[in-house]
Write a protein that binds this ligand. Structure first.
Ligand code: DGJ
Length: 717
């Protein structure tokens, strides 16, 4: 379990003054104010959200929109919360009851406002945790009641935000397997636009749960007012963007209530996941830098810690390997100089060996034919070569052709009286069943106990839910989607209680799970099974808006047709790894790769922990340019990718960002292929930060050669 130690600097206190005229509740970060006031009817209103206001302005704020619109009374728009009381009354009114502020430390404060129904014993508490320096707010809700019988809650948003602007532009990120996070921006028109998932597991298969809403006009990287939001929930989610008849916008974010009416028992508390958001008055770049900082400090396991470079064998061998082939691969990992070897799918199953994706899933014993000496032997062999060993698991799933399926048919999500429905020849286990939770925990635990040297896990999840029905939940089927995700977290809590620091990669048939609900248990995620470096520029670009580079795994493979240099440069913008046979590398390629790993180790602190600036978008032309600047601004790394297929493209100079105008920097092209020289005329020259940001650099001197790339390091002189 991840422990959040709460140092209460100021004890909880109630502000009696809230509710009286001119005494708003201030939810503030360094550059943002969210101001709540109370209306004459005791409803709590959002009176302001945007750039931080001077204190003198607060008392002038009047009116606003109800902070959590309910259903059944006078509201005719999409509700944030809807409840049917135990007597069948389908309405809810929420008025101010009390309010408290809990200051955890100088950066993190939680403001909680409890609302209650004047006629029914129902309470709803809105929590707002502010991360002051990161300019991030996390909002979630708790619902409970003391009615005689269960109430039915059919909408339970984490957050509702109101905006008033001339126009609104929504940026969403949609996709499919191997084509994740396609960024699309559109103007919101009157009515409702919904971005959601109903997939249960592998939730982000078609939609990544991240969005921007720009106010008045589309934002650029450096200009515009916008919010960037994402729900910390590894399950069905729903964002509703409703523009009303007066051009007001409401953004409702939360668990998707689809097929999920919740019977809430008296005394039980329904806690929604957190909606994480940031407001920027300075464009998308600032918003993502806010989120990156927040993620490293609060959102991701070991977000400020080291990450291991690795050699994975999935694309290199698929399931066609045995012990001696793996040992050869350890030698290749050693020659590359990476930290870890990651054994992927195909190492388990005896009655039904896992030689393809049709059998064996669920039977987590080493395949004795392939691995006669077991995992422990492999760990030792790798260690003898100075390489750590990691392993792939997909513990939530089962092939019908498996011993697990034969032994426990009641552990599987499937509809009675209907044929089984498969995705990648597999079914989803009923994780809501505590016995299945034990099974999943024990699978991980037994592996780690048996082979204490195991240094890394890749946790996969290759299908979404169809024909979803839980034998365990019996007459509570509408709780399935929610309970599944809660159960996933219960298992992860147990794993983290015993193994708090073990690096685990979140993977879901590519980028099917990419959310901050899971990432607090994981160190990194697998963005896509598409590892073609050209495609990866777009995919990694898309994720980079919401996730820091140290979470974004990027492997060099043989999928794309680009040069090894190009593929390596693309992997360097994230968390670099390899998934390729190096035995057929030329000596030069091996020398290049070995040096690249060392180079990456040298620059990765800047990439992982620096501030990211996206300078030229691949969505706007045939190239992508981005840079990372160390917090102290003494170092920066600049990536330049030419995506043109013809020589004709002319690329203008690029102004750098984020440097210290008064510092002097030496520009050095790094990661060059052996026996090649930099063609950058400014290479090894010294410039002021001001020059680099005002005059910029010509990154395509001569001609822009198709599919070439450069990495530059800038170091303070
Ligand atoms: C899907 C993952 O995204 C791949 O990287 C690989 O681990 C396969 N599953 C293995 O089945």
């Amino acid at each position: 379990m991840i422990k959040f130690i709460c140092i209460t600097l100021a004890a909880m206190f109630t502000l009696q003054a809230f509710g009286q005229k001119n005494n708003p509740v201030l939810i503030e970060t360094k550059h943002t104010s969210l101001v709540l006031t109370i209306g004459d009817n005791k409803r709590v209103l959002q009176s302001y959200f945007g750039d931080r206001l001077p204190a003198s302005s607060y008392s002038q704020l009047k009116g606003g929109r109800e902070v959590l619109l309910t259903a059944g009374m006078e509201n005719q728009f999409e509700p944030a919360i809807r409840m049917v009381h135990n007597d069948g009354n389908p309405s809810l009114e929420l008025v101010y009851a009390s309010h408290s502020v809990n200051r955890k430390d100088s950066n993190v404060t939680t403001t909680s406002i409890t609302l209650q129904d004047p006629q029914y014993p129902v309470k709803v508490t809105l929590h707002y945790t502010t991360y002051y320096n990161e300019d991030v707010i996390s909002s979630w809700t708790e619902i409970n009641h003391n009615e005689k019988k269960a109430v039915v809650v059919s909408n339970y948003a984490s957050s509702m935000l109101h905006f008033n602007a001339d126009d609104y532009y929504l940026t969403q990120f949609h996709g499919d397997w191997a084509r994740e996070v396609n960024m699309v921006e559109e103007k919101l028109t009157n009515g409702i636009k919904v971005v959601e998932s109903k997939l249960g597991s592998r939730t982000n298969f078609y939609q990544t749960q991240t969005f921007f809403v720009s106010l008045n006009k589309p934002s650029t990287e450096t200009e515009g007012q916008l919010i960037a939001g994402t729900l910390a929930w590894t399950g069905n989610f729903k964002y509703t963007f409703e523009v009303d008849q007066r051009n007001g916008l409401r953004v409702i974010s939360g668990i998707n209530p689809f097929a999920s009416e919740y019977n809430l028992l008296p005394g039980e508390t329904f806690t929604t996941p957190a909606f994480i958001y940031t407001y920027s008055g300075k464009g998308k770049g600032q918003a993502s830098r806010n989120l990156h900082r927040w993620a490293r400090n609060y959102g991701v396991l070991n977000g400020n810690g080291n990450r291991m470079t690795l050699l994975n064998n999935w694309e290199a061998t698929h399931m066609n390997f045995d012990e001696s082939k793996l040992v050869t691969l350890f030698d290749e990992a050693k020659k590359l100089g990476v930290d870890l070897f990651l054994l992927d799918d195909g190492w388990f199953g005896n009655k039904y060996p896992r030689n393809d994706d049709k059998a064996g899933l669920g039977d987590w014993q080493e395949d004795k034919k392939k691995l006669p000496n077991g995992i422990g032997y492999l760990v030792k062999q790798a260690e003898q070569r100075g390489v750590k060993f990691g392993i792939w698991l997909e513990p939530e799933m089962v092939n019908p052709k498996s011993e697990l399926y034969e032994k426990h048919p009641d552990w599987i999500l499937k509809l009675p009286n209907r044929p089984e429905n498969y995705g990648r020849n597999q079914l989803v286990l009923d994780l809501t069943n505590p016995k299945v939770q034990d099974f999943v925990f024990n699978t991980v635990d037994e592996l780690l106990v048996k082979s204490p040297g195991l240094a890394f896990i890749k946790w996969d999840c290759n299908r979404s839910m169809t024909n979803a029905y839980s034998p365990y939940l019996k007459d509570k089927q509408s709780h399935l989607y929610i309970e599944y995700t809660r159960s996933f977290y219960k298992v992860l809590d147990r794993i983290r209680a015993k193994y708090p620091t073990l690096p685990i990669m979140l993977c879901s048939g590519g980028g099917g799970r990419t959310d901050y609900g899971a990432l607090k248990y994981f160190t990194e995620f697998w963005p896509s099974d598409n590892t073609d470096a050209f495609e990866r520029v777009f995919i990694q670009w898309g994720y980079s808006y919401f996730f820091p580079a140290n979470t974004l795994t990027a492997h060099i493979t043989s999928m794309g047709k680009q040069s090894l240099k190009f593929r390596t440069d693309v992997a360097m913008m994230g968390k670099l790894g390899y998934d390729i046979r190096t035995n057929n590398f030329t000596p030069q390629e091996l020398q290049f790769s070995n040096t690249a790993v060392q180079t990456y180790k040298g620059i990765s602190p800047v990439i992982w922990f620096g501030e990211q600036y996206r300078l030229v978008s691949p969505y706007e032309g045939n190239r992508a340019v981005l840079m990372y600047v160390a917090e102290d601004k003494k170092r920066a790394v600049l990536f330049n990718y030419h995506l043109n297929s013809r020589r004709q493209d002319i690329f203008n100079r690029v102004m750098l960002q984020g440097l210290d105008a008064n510092k002097k920097y030496r520009l050095k092209e790094i990661n060059l292929f052996p026996d090649t020289k930099s063609t950058q005329p400014d290479n090894d020259k010294v410039f002021t930060g001001e020059y680099l940001m005002q005059v910029g650099l010509n990154l395509a001197p001569g001609r822009a050669l198709p599919l070439t790339s450069n990495v530059y390091e800038l170091t303070e002189e």
